[in-house]
Design a protein around this ligand. Structure first.
Ligand code: TXA
Ligand code: MG
Length: 314
């Protein structure tokens, strides 16, 4: 595909929101860094983000919305969230809050976590795009996995040229550093330092933020295992399921559920968490999973499946 370079005009923004509505990917400027946006309710579109970035795993993504009101409909809001949102939104602050079960978001956005990272960006083009599109936009930084976050359209194109449908040319990002992430599920916790100074947040709260000593808790291996595990035991790389096993298939196989009959890894990624949920709510007593190639998104799918199949702690 050829990446359309869209101007920062009303026409450019309409073209961008049309791409989002059709399930495509648009890189757009925010005040922090450029984000790689997709409709957060569309699993295939969200899976395409991971494919374009070449992410080795499904990290949870930040959802971008146009207003505090829109944020409230996706999470379980709280007085502390209100205090920080009133003080710092729109702006370079991301809040992690309990996910509203009726949010309608793709489970790929949260990597199946019960929490959601959300922010209202301040960049006028980002705001107009979100208003025009009228829905939640999942967006990690618009760089290849492991590379530096982009702060101009040129940076975006260096990594993602012809991998995404469009990029909006919004010039250089004002802040140039990713948003500060504050977790509000328990006591307010600094999850990632960023574009909003933490002492400003602490002054607003009237107390210090809790800090994590051991780095990002989400990247600690095994930490999220239980979020992926269905209750029934799972066997991976199974070509012939045993009698009584429920087969989660991939490719042209006779299966109870199939991640992608066409062997399409983007489709399989889009279906993964949904199908694990369905298996968990079925009467399957043991689950077999077809082999999935260890290339592209298959690496991330297999990583999650391995965690789901790992021995349970209890
Ligand atoms: O400034 C920014 O935040 C940019 C722009 C585009 O908004 N976005 C960005 O996204 O930096 P990304 O994917 O590169 O980083 C998102 C971070 C990851 O470290 C991820 O682990 C964390 O947010 N995160 C997402 N959801 C989370 C959750 N439910 N709980 C804890 N951390 C979460
Ligand atoms: Mg990033």
């Amino acid at each position: 595909m050829q990446t359309a370079e869209l101007p920062a005009t009303p026409q450019g923004l309409i073209a961008a929101s049309t791409v989002l509505a059709q399930g495509g990917l648009v890189a757009f400027p925010t005040e922090t860094v450029y984000g790689l946006g997709a409709d957060a309710r569309n699993s295939r579109a969200v899976a395409a983000i991971f494919a374009a970035k070449g992410r080795p795993s499904f990290n949870p993504l930040i959802v971008h919305v146009a207003s505090v009101e829109a944020a409230k409909s996706l999470v379980v809001w709280s007085p502390t969230a209100d205090l920080l949102a009133q003080a710092f939104w729109p702006g370079p602050l991301t809040l992690v809050l309990p996910l509203n079960a009726a949010s309608g978001l793709s489970p790929l956005v949260t990597a199946n976590l019960p929490s959601l990272a959300i922010r209202v960006p301040a960049n006028p083009l980002a705001r107009e795009l979100l208003l025009g599109f009228g829905g939640p936009v999942a967006a990690p930084s618009a760089n290849l996995s492991g590379k530096i976050s982009p702060t101009s359209m040129r940076h975006v194109l260096r990594g993602l040229q012809d991998q995404i449908e469009a990029v909006i040319d919004g010039g250089d990002c004002a802040v140039g550093l990713e948003s500060t992430i504050v977790g509000l599920e328990h006591s307010p916790t600094l999850l990632r330092p960023g574009g909003l100074a933490s002492d400003q947040i602490e002054r607003c709260l009237g107390h210090a933020l809790t800090r994590h000593q051991d780095g990002d808790p989400l990247t600690a291996p095994g930490q999220m295992t239980s979020h992926y595990a269905p209750k029934a035991p799972m066997r991976l790389n199974v070509n012939r399921p045993d009698p009584g096993e429920t087969l989660l298939g991939f490719g042209a196989v006779q299966a109870d559920l199939n991640l992608s009959p066409d062997s399409d890894l983007v489709e399989a990624a889009a279906n993964l968490f949904k199908h694990l949920h369905m298996l968990d709510h079925s009467n399957a007593t043991s689950i077999a999973v077809s082999p999935i190639p260890d290339t592209g998104l298959g690496l991330a799918i297999n990583d999650r499946l391995k965690r789901a199949a790992a021995p349970r702690p209890d």
